[in-house]
Design a protein around this ligand. Structure first.
Ligand code: PAF
Length: 296
């Protein structure tokens, strides 16, 4: 066990080793207690806190994993830039009332390279799957490992990574945990100005942070516009309005069926229609993702 906050004494437990966490959870389960898991890559913010609080409310114990998973980064620079702060993460987790942090090393999680291949088309191959080859394979590798290690009753994922939830749901069925593990989808948490909370926001400069809320502003405005315009017109307006902001550049915007994640051509094609966007912000640039529901 590791106490990670210097002179601040943690009441919760922090585990680095799989065996230690499993021994602890064995005792928890022996008492008939339920286990909630909140998988994270650290750099925790209020969005994560909302997942943790929900798990604490719905389970007897909550495990928060803090692991920056290298296998889901197709861009090395993105991995190197990713913010890390385990001390602050532990404080936030404890403040939310969770009992355990699981913070393994890369060696502990992957004693050997993970050669498993997961593909769940179309959910894993469109949008983020197409733009970030290997990304969802890496997510499935680490999430399946976490599920095997923790054996949670419920696992909590934020709707900000909306496509990820669709992929993880396919994964859970694929690995035979569909009947014992519930995937709990939690609403996106936004800053006061509408920017979706993300660990990557801390990498934005002051100027970039000031323009980033335009993404959600345009998405929100497009809901009204969509009522009297076609899917194609709505798509084109969102792309044009965001690209018109100096410093923002749309990578993709797709209006899709919320279940299959395949493009819709007309609003009548589905009862569940979502617009998913990825935007490059600033010079570095920082890649921001968001989405809006047109029909739910
Ligand atoms: O959403 C994330 O932060 C990551 O993709 C996850 C689910 C923790 C897996 O590394």
């Amino acid at each position: 066990m590791l106490l990670c906050t210097g002179n601040y004494k943690l009441a919760m437990k922090v585990f680095e080793k799989i065996v230690d966490l499993q021994n602890e959870l064995f005792l928890v389960r022996k008492e008939g207690k339920s286990v909630g898991l909140v998988p994270t890559m650290g750099a925790l913010h209020e969005g994560h806190a909302s997942l943790i609080r929900r798990s604490v409310k719905e389970n007897d114990v909550t495990v928060v994993s803090v692991f920056l998973n290298p296998t889901q980064f197709n861009d090395k620079g993105d991995l190197e830039r990713y913010p890390r702060n385990l001390k602050a993460d532990c404080k936030l987790v404890e403040g939310c009332g969770a009992q355990y942090v699981f913070a393994p090393s890369v060696q502990e999680m992957y004693p050997e390279p993970d050669t498993r291949q997961f593909e769940f088309p179309p959910q894993s191959t469109v949008m983020e799957g197409a733009k970030r080859p290997g990304h969802f394979n890496g997510v499935c590798q680490v999430v399946s490992r976490l599920f095997y290690i923790v054996r949670p009753n419920r696992a909590y994922f934020g709707e900000k990574d909306w496509q990820q939830i669709a992929v993880v749901k396919r994964l859970v069925d694929y690995i035979g945990m569909g009947k014992t593990l519930k995937i709990v989808e939690c609403p996106i948490v936004r800053e006061d100005d509408g920017l979706a909370m993300s660990s990557r926001n801390s990498l934005l400069t002051k100027e970039e942070r000031a323009i980033a809320p335009n993404i959600y502003r345009v998405l929100k405005e497009s809901v009204e516009y969509a009522k009297s315009h076609t899917v194609e017109e709505t798509h084109d307006k969102v792309v044009a309005d965001i690209n018109a902001v100096d410093g923002l550049e749309v990578e993709y915007f797709e209006i899709v069926d919320g279940n299959t994640l395949l493009d819709v051509k007309s609003w009548d094609d589905s009862d569940y229609v979502v617009g998913c966007i990825t935007v490059y912000c600033g010079k570095t640039p920082i890649r921001l993702i968001d989405h809006i529901k047109y029909k739910a």
